[in-house]
Design a protein around this ligand. Sequence first.
Ligand code: 5AD
Ligand code: SF4
Length: 475
Amino acid sequence: MEFGNKIIDESVQGSAIAKEGNIEGKKLFLESYGCQMNFADSEVVASILINKGFTTTQNFLEADIIFVNTCAIRENAESKIRQRLQDYKKVKKKNPKALIGVLGCMAERLKSELLEQEKLVDIVVGPDAYRDLPNLIEIAEGGQKAVNVILSKEETYADISPVRLDHNGVSAFISIMRGCDNMCSFCVVPFTRGRERSRDPESIIKEAKEAFDAGYREVTLLGQNVDSFIWSGGGLKKDILTDEQKANAINFAQLLEMVAKINPDLRVRFSTSHPKDMCDDVLHTMAKYENICKYIHLPVQSGCSEVLEKMNRGYSREWYLDRVAAIRRIMPDAAISSDIITGFCGESEEQHQQTLSLMEEVQYEFAYMFAYSERPKTLAERKFTDDVSAEIKQKRLAEIVNMQRKHSEIRTKQNVGKIHKVLIESISKKSKDMFSGRNSQNITVVFPKEKYKKGDYVNVFASSCTSSTLIGEVV
Ligand code: 5AD
Ligand code: SF4
């Protein structure tokens, strides 16, 4: 996923992520849309199917089976996927036996209704049912439509070693928990991904060690709300734990420390932090370990306390700004990014101005910015009216995007004239003679390749910058 000072529409970021396999068998084309969690889930799906003898292809026209891992967060994410399904028609023309399956959040949201709406779809599978895929494929091969959208209170796919797809061989995603219990009133995720559950830390450490041994130098720990990670033996125990049991459980700060200790050369990142739960313990752990990146994605959504209350976010503007102050106090060099929604139900011009003023106060390095999109079944859809017009949503969105552009430029410029420790990730998109990597704060740094290679750490003196990229030379 790209970071930057522009509107990010996850729905256009789908990419063919399958790699050519060499095992004889049916050919699978797997495509992912949406958040990093979906990309991590696709690696679990690939693992399950490759273990069953599937090979993978990057050309959907030659596939025996197409799986698209979908996003339902905003309406336009779903429309992009519906358009993409039309492309897949070509496969069925060429090979009438080819199967098309929809995985992930859109599958969970629409269930078998999707089969009515999109006639070419044969298989519908929710995010907790991937172990059932081989069985569902068999049903579909027998000519029946196959659906499994059962959500689980236990499933974390802890024992499945993901097959790393679309990777640069340097950075890997590791899912540490699933689902979300927060019920933000605008958000469909609790309905599509189910109840929150944490994954066994032992399996997380094992996966991170395996990634390091395979040459990876960065892991990103993923969860909808990593700060509420708690392990005390699996399932939804969080709800019934006594205070004493909670004190003996493993929390996120402890997990972070365990991962950081694997090797000082393994960078650790995580996403997403929730302002209501992010505690100083996590910040102190981040400050203690050089290899934990000094970067926090802390979505604010709105700068106005009344709107935040309507959004059911569990914090006020003041609480949020206090969390930002704690980050700055404990890690003065940390970068902060955010998610912001414009035009939520009933948002007045004055309330929108409060979001702009909060942005001025924080000066985020990056932000993902969205116009509010009403989602079926959510609390907001049931309780409030989506009464801010599309024009005003777009006007407000443009205002926050412009402000963020300004702030990103200021933040990037502040890093010019300094030396940055960069993990080399790939060849720069702009020039094949340049490498691209990120510093601890998640800012992209490009520099001449010289004798270095992917996975190396280098110290780069930043001599200039574009609006969001530092340019320099290794010192
Ligand atoms: N409309 C617009 N943006 C949304 N997000 C979540 N739900 C909606 C919605 N209904 C945004 C939030 C969240 C990010 C992943 O997507 O900002 O943090
Ligand atoms: Fe959605 Fe809120 Fe959960 Fe994030 S924390 S996934 S915005 S309900």
